[in-house]
Write a protein that binds this ligand. Structure first.
Ligand code: NAP
Length: 252
């Protein structure tokens, strides 16, 4: 039998939010490379179509779902469309997120609401829409993308860290709620990672990473590998875990 990891997710279907960029794109491509049919969600049609083309050219199956995610209807509509396209969704990766940095006193209510809308409300209602069907089938996996900054206090990162800390708690709550029905819910907690989203931070990303044992930022692929592990059968006894993929930043 082939040693290739293609058989890890044979016949499985996955929905990856924020699949048009960075960690989400690497995750969508890696899931597809291991046998999953992937719904790639995002707002940017051009980037979304490119990810689908890359997956298709490599022999995989994917479709792009344009979705501006911010509330319950947008989350449920995406989940419904993806499940309708592939018949069901076995793996949900809650990856789409925004990470504005800034002093508390300069944060507006609109900034506050936008961060919690995408980083907390949308995963909440995607899970509300998809997890019950996974539970009825008796299997499924949900992986939430949080952040190392949810585990410690950092100036100018409070709003972002708080939103992801909520997602960490939800990861554990959903593991308790859906785990007994065969749905594993876990999270990855990346440290500074090079993506389109962090490109504007330039050398500041290297400085943020320098405190960790790895002494460098991670790559999107390194985070994607951890997400795919948690979504796959080799993680069958892993429930409610938050896996740091941060070069050791939160360990020391
Ligand atoms: P990125 O390159 O900025 O990509 C963000 C993704 O989210 C894009 O695909 C974007 O899609 C999607 N998105 C943003 N707003 C959206 C909206 N309103 N509706 C639907 N989709 C939306 O980000 P990244 O660096 O890969 O980060 C991905 C996740 O990892 C985030 O949750 C982030 O908090 C987390 N994280 C990142 C790092 C890091 O250093 N990079 C560290 C820790 C945690 P469109 O542009 O197509 O809409």
């Amino acid at each position: 039998m082939s040693e290739r990891p293609m058989s890890l997710l044979p016949g499985m279907t996955a929905l990856v939010t924020g699949g048009t960029s960075g960690i989400g794109r690497a995750t969508a491509i890696t899931l597809a490379g291991r046998g999953a049919r992937v719904a790639v969600a995002g707002r940017d049609q051009r980037r979304g179509r490119q990810v689908v083309a890359d997956i298709t050219e490599a022999g995989g199956t994917a479709d792009f779902f344009a979705a501006d995610l911010h509330d319950e209807p947008s989350a449920r509509k995406l989940a419904h469309a993806a499940a309708a396209r592939f018949g069901r969704i076995d793996v949900l990766v809650n990856n789409a997120g925004i990470f504005p940095f800034g002093p508390t006193e300069r944060t507006t209510q609109a900034d506050f609401d936008a961060v919690f809308a995408l980083n907390v409300r949308v995963p909440y209602f995607l899970v509300a829409e998809l997890a019950p069907a996974m539970a009825r089938r008796g299997h499924g996996a949900i992986v939430n993308v949080t952040t190392a900054a949810a585990a410690y206090g950092a100036a100018a990162l409070g709003l972002y860290g708080a939103s992801k800390a909520a997602l960490v708690l939800l990861t554990k709550a959903w593991a308790a709620e859906y785990g007994p029905h065969g749905v594993r819910v876990n999270a990855v907690s990346p440290g500074p990672t090079r993506t389109e989203g962090t490109a504007p931070r330039g050398a500041a990303l290297d400085q943020a990473a320098a405190a960790g044992p790895a002494r460098r930022p991670g790559t999107a692929q390194e985070v994607a590998e951890a997400i795919v592990f948690l979504a796959s059968e080799p993680a069958s006894f892993v429930h409610g875990a938050v896996l740091p993929v941060d070069g050791g930043r939160t360990a020391v």
